[in-house]
Design a protein around this ligand. Structure first.
Ligand SMILES: Cc1cc2nc3c(=O)[nH]c(=O)nc-3n(C[C@H](O)[C@H](O)[C@H](O)COP(=O)(O)OP(=O)(O)OC[C@H]3O[C@@H](n4cnc5c(N)ncnc54)[C@H](O)[C@@H]3O)c2cc1C
Length: 592
């Protein structure tokens, strides 16, 4: 199953080009097979996970194991795995659908993610055929529980600074010693992907079975949230690992670690989408039945604003998630390489988009869950309602899978690297733009500016020009020092995130403009683009002011004004329509 036959796009292309109609895969294009995967996951969740949440919160790991086995029986753990290893190998869109729906329980979602993304995936992409045959069937069926042990007390973001050691033995085997921290599924996992330095220097990945001996789990961490997910230290004391336990090559552990994280980040975006959609339903149902001053609170403009904004932001997140999954699937479909190598190449190609999904996902979810607590008032602060648990559970999303600061630094870092290599024509495009805006003639009309949502299309085209202006000016001003200018890099990341999210929402709404639901899609996209325009302007002004003053700054700001001419839309009316439809449905209205 593939999502398109068109030629593969390159990562970051969207920053420079105006995509044609149908360029972005949207949730409205899901196939019958995708929908079946969604229904199967929903039935599993509603029938088995939801009733188990309280017992999971009490750390009933036997139950967690049983649920994982059930997920395995239903094929949910093997959506990316070939049949020969026990999977059902579907496309990446399908695997996002599963992640999105499982994440309605953040705790079980974390356990599931550690198994499917952090343990199965590295074996699939880097394992030998023998390793795949030995481990994948058990992991895919849920009989074996997997975990991923990269972090240490002294090395979290700086993962390559790990101190765990692997000492080579005369017979080619290894002895592993060290202590890993915050390991999801740590309390009951059977198999660990462990990162350690061979002879104290060469960062490498290993497959370590608990049964090897010398492996102990520390005490469960006392966490703010995710109480239904096991998080423990992992202590390795002279653990004998056979030569066949090396995953990938000695000294190439960073390839394993970072590519797994690329996919994990995209999945985290999908899980955030699922959590946000579920919380919007909770907020809408509560707002419809809670009465104050003689009327449902859902009738107050303040609450309608919240529900509308929660819906619009989630719409954009969902749009960028599926767009990215579609890009990966198309890239893989266009490749002649074996599937696992095609996946690896696609994940590297779209690493920027995966980081955007992670940051946008975790921050949209936190916004939505915070507003969900607020809509619930005092009931949002007590345990009788799930809103407070969701709020606590979600906070870690901005910390793991690379903190949001690290991911924000990666976004412009990777784009600039590609530009310097000549893979992304950012530098000539920025030069052309500067020449263009400095001439007396008005800037060329923005791309895709006719048809539905023409004003939004023009605004998005303007965001791209602003981003180009800011990237170009920063590269020119700082040169190689740009990599040390973190504040500027974070702003550049925000420009890229807003541009990708706004364009994804706009393309999605354009694609369904003629359908009965088209006007509500347009309301969501209009709200997203209008909000983004305000942030883009503010961010760009700060970037430009950080690198120029006097006449140069005045010239830059004049260029910004010429490029970014966006008339604000009436988002009050748009949010009200979104809110009213959400309350009427009692759920997220764009549910796929
Ligand atoms: C519930 C939970 C589950 C987890 N599960 C796993 C797991 O299964 N496997 C695993 O290996 N790990 C896991 N982790 C660990 C997690 O990945 C790390 O906590 C995370 O990578 C951050 O590392 P750190 O905690 O050491 O923070 P630090 O790296 O110390 O960061 C602290 C702050 O400094 C900032 N910072 C750090 N470096 C830079 C820099 N260069 N530039 C700018 N800012 C910087 C960070 O953004 C952050 O704000 C888990 C953590 C938690 C809480």
């Amino acid at each position: 199953m593939t999502t398109s036959t068109s030629t593969a796009a390159r990562g970051g292309d969207w920053l420079l080009e105006a995509p044609g109609a149908g360029a972005a895969f949207t949730p409205e294009e899901l196939t019958e097979e995708h929908r079946l995967v969604g229904r199967t996951t929903d039935e599993f969740f509603d029938g088995q996970v939801a009733p188990a949440i309280e017992r999971l919160e009490q750390k009933d790991w036997d139950l967690a194991r049983a649920l994982m086995r059930r997920a395995g029986e239903l094929g949910l753990l093997g959506v990316s795995v070939p049949e020969v290893y026990g999977g059902v190998e579907l496309d990446k869109v399908a695997s996002l659908i599963v992640s999105e729906r499982i994440a309605r329980s953040a705790s079980f979602g974390a356990a599931f993610g550690a198994q499917a993304n952090l343990c199965i995936l590295p074996i699939l992409m880097f394992g030998t055929d023998e390793q795949k045959r030995r481990y994948l069937p058990g992991l895919v069926s849920g009989e074996t529980i997997g975990a991923y042990a990269l972090s240490e007390a002294g090395s979290g973001s700086d993962a390559l600074g790990a101190r765990a050691r692997a000492v080579r033995q005369a017979d080619g085997s290894f002895r592993l010693t060290g202590e890993k921290m915050w390991i999801t599924n740590g309390g009951f996992a059977d198999l660990f992907v462990v990162f350690a330095k061979v002879d104290g220097e060469q960062f490498s990945a290993f497959l370590v079975e608990r049964a090897f001996g010398g492996v102990t789990s520390g005490k469960e961490e006392h966490k703010m949230g995710l109480h239904g997910s096991s998080t423990t230290p992992l202590v390795l004391q002279d653990v004998p690992v056979p030569a066949e336990g090396l995953l990938g090559e000695i000294g190439r552990g960073h390839k394993v670690a970072f590519n797994v994280l690329n996919f994990g980040r995209l999945k985290l975006g999908a899980m955030s989408t699922g959590g946000a959609k579920a919380a919007i339903g909770e907020a809408a149902r509560y707002a419809a039945q809670r009465r104050q001053f003689g009327q449902p609170i859902a009738s107050f403009g303040a609450i309608r604003h919240k529900l509308g904004e929660m819906t619009a932001r989630t719409y954009a997140l969902e749009a960028l998630m599926y767009r990215t999954a579609g890009l990966i699937d198309r890239h893989m479909a266009a490749s002649d390489a074996p599937r696992h190598l095609a996946l690896l190449a696609a994940l590297e190609e779209f690493a920027v988009e995966a980081s955007i999904a992670k940051v946008a996902g975790s921050e949209t979810l936190d916004f939505v869950l915070d507003e969900n607590v607020q809509v619930h008032g005092g009931n949002g602060f007590v345990r009788d309602y799930p809103a407070e648990r969701h709020y606590r559970d979600a906070r870690v999303n901005r910390i793991f899978e690379g903190t949001n600061e690290i991911n924000r630094l990666l976004i412009p870092g990777m784009l600039v690297k590609r530009a310097l290599k000549g893979d992304l024509a950012l530098i000539p495009a920025a030069r052309r733009l500067l020449d263009e805006v400095m001439t007396a003639a008005p800037p060329a009309p923005a791309g895709h500016a006719d048809g539905p949502l023409a004003a939004e299309a023009a605004a998005v085209a303007a965001f791209k020009k602003v981003a180009l202006l800011a990237f170009g000016a920063a590269m020119q001003h700082f040169g190689a020092r740009l990599q040390d200018e973190q504040e500027t890099l974070l702003w550049l990341a925000d420009l890229a995130i807003d541009t990708y999210a706004a364009e994804s929402a706009m393309l999605r709404a354009q694609a369904v403009a003629a359908l009965p639901a088209g006007p509500l899609h347009a309301d969501a996209a209009r709200t997203v683009v209008s909000d983004a325009a305000l942030r883009v302007e503010m961010t760009a002004r700060q970037v430009l002011a950080a690198m120029s003053e006097g006449d140069t700054l005045r010239t830059h700001l004049a260029a910004l004004r010429r490029v970014l001419k966006v008339t604000p839309a009436d988002t009050v009316a748009a949010r009200r329509r979104l809110a009213d439809a959400t309350v009427q449905r009692g759920a997220y209205i764009f549910a796929s």
